[in-house]
Design a protein around this ligand. Structure first.
Ligand SMILES: NC(=O)C1=CN([C@@H]2O[C@H](COP(=O)(O)OP(=O)(O)OC[C@H]3O[C@@H](n4cnc5c(N)ncnc54)[C@H](O)[C@@H]3O)[C@@H](O)[C@H]2O)C=CC1
Ligand SMILES: O=C(O)C(=O)Cc1ccc(O)cc1
Length: 365
């Protein structure tokens, strides 16, 4: 399918980032949008991103090839019925919501299964709004895709291709596995971060000693507590069962370490931290299983003529073939960094050792 027009309902951090990325990579694709605040639509128009300068009405979405629902998850559900009578036959409705079970249920209720592919970019931040959206937010992020049983595989493949063209890594999962996995690695951590912040707030003294001395560790683990309360309210309301299951298991973990501390079980305590450290340290290593493995590293480029050529020569003279190389700017390396992709794990590891030997700063991801 050649994509001519995309529609966006919601133009915040995620919707805005997809629009900005699409504009960067596919400048000929036309985009229209409606948003909670009309001023956001005007801003996007002024930035040359979308065609409309005031909120689009639902009927305007009739010519779209894909419509992206990019509002908080419960709001997304409300647009399905409105769009049903408007979408053209070949249109695919998709969403970026953090929970997939509810929207799949709503799609089934509406009889729209052959017209829907769920989506969830595993990237973002605690910030909100179009002003924080970037044309690089999706870069190298897994983008989970949850087709229905009735989505034509060819249509899923085209959608995967489009998502891949934006620099993200499409990964197909069923919606139930998605909701279980995200409850563990995203929803529960947000609950824990907020609980920890509330705990410190309630425990602090009138001089706010805890707040004053809070160091990097506390700030690292609680950054996501600054996320949108509306968004997290809606996620907890729609993934309730799975979040509760994960909370039960997590409470058991807390109670286990509590017992070890009570019993002064030194080796038990050490094992608790060692096992967490080993697993946490392994997160940087390339993923296993069905998840696509990408052997990418990032390297600060010395600001001089021939900087890339020097690195390419070092690698070539050591028989290391580069799969892909280029300067990128993304959310993590805003000032730009050299991204080098290798073909396999051994050459990835040798490249790191070699570049460090030549005093380059190398980041493993
Ligand atoms: N924030 C993050 O890091 C991530 C968020 N998501 C999902 O993306 C979706 C959007 O989140 P963000 O972009 O972060 O939020 P945001 O707060 O930055 O943007 C939300 C957008 O939806 C609009 N909106 C809200 N209610 C609306 C309504 N009833 N009608 C029309 N527009 C409405 C707002 O005006 C705004 O443009 C959510 O479903 C969230 O679960 C997915 C991945 C990461
Ligand atoms: O800020 C972070 O690190 C996040 O975890 C962002 C995030 C929030 C919600 C999602 O569904 C996916 C990613």
């Amino acid at each position: 399918m050649s994509i001519k027009q995309l529609g966006f309902i919601g133009l915040g951090l995620i919707g805005g980032s997809i629009v900005k990325t699409t504009k960067r990579i596919h400048p000929d694709i036309k985009m229209i949008a409606l948003s909670g605040h009309e001023s956001t639509v005007k801003q996007a128009y002024d930035q040359g991103l979308i065609e409309n300068d005031t909120n689009a009405c639902i009927e305007d979405f009739a010519d779209c090839d894909y419509i992206f629902l990019c509002t908080p998850v419960q709001q997304n559900l409300e647009y399905i019925e409105k769009l049903k009578g408007v979408m053209k036959d070949s249109c695919i409705l998709t969403d970026v919501g953090s929970v997939k079970g509810d929207i799949h249920q709503a799609i089934r209720n509406m009889g729209l299964e052959s017209h829907f592919i769920g989506g969830h970019p595993m990237t973002g931040s605690e910030k909100t709004g179009l002003s924080n959206a970037t044309a690089y937010l999706l870069e190298n992020a897994y983008y989970i895709i949850t087709p229905t049983t009735q989505t034509d595989p060819a249509v899923v493949s085209e959608f995967n291709e489009f998502i891949g063209s934006l620099g993200a890594i499409p990964l197909v999962l069923d919606y139930d596995s998605h909701d279980a996995a995200t409850a563990a690695i995203s929803h529960l951590p947000h609950v824990i971060a907020a609980a920890l912040v509330n705990f410190v707030k309630d425990s602090d003294d009138p001089d706010e000693t805890m707040k004053t001395i809070a160091a990097g560790g506390f700030k690292d683990i609680t950054r996501i507590a600054s996320s949108s309360p509306v968004m997290w309210e809606e996620i907890c309301m729609t993934n309730k069962e799975k979040i509760l299951q994960m909370l039960d298991v997590y409470e058991k973990q807390l109670s286990d370490i509590r017992s070890k501390i009570t019993d002064a079980d030194a080796s038990g305590i050490r094992n608790f931290f060692q096992s967490a450290k080993d697993y946490r340290d392994s997160l940087a290593v390339a993923p296993k299983g069905p998840i696509k493995t990408v052997f990418e590293l990032y390297c600060d480029l010395i600001d001089e003529a021939g900087g890339i050529a020097t690195i390419a020569t070092i690698l070539a003279s050591n028989n290391l073939s580069i799969k892909n190389i280029g300067i990128i700017h993304n959310r993590e390396f805003e000032d730009g960094v050299l991204k080098i992709e290798m073909y396999d794990q051994p050459s990835y590891e040798r490249t790191i050792v070699l570049l460090r030997k030549y005093h380059y700063t190398v980041y493993e991801r």
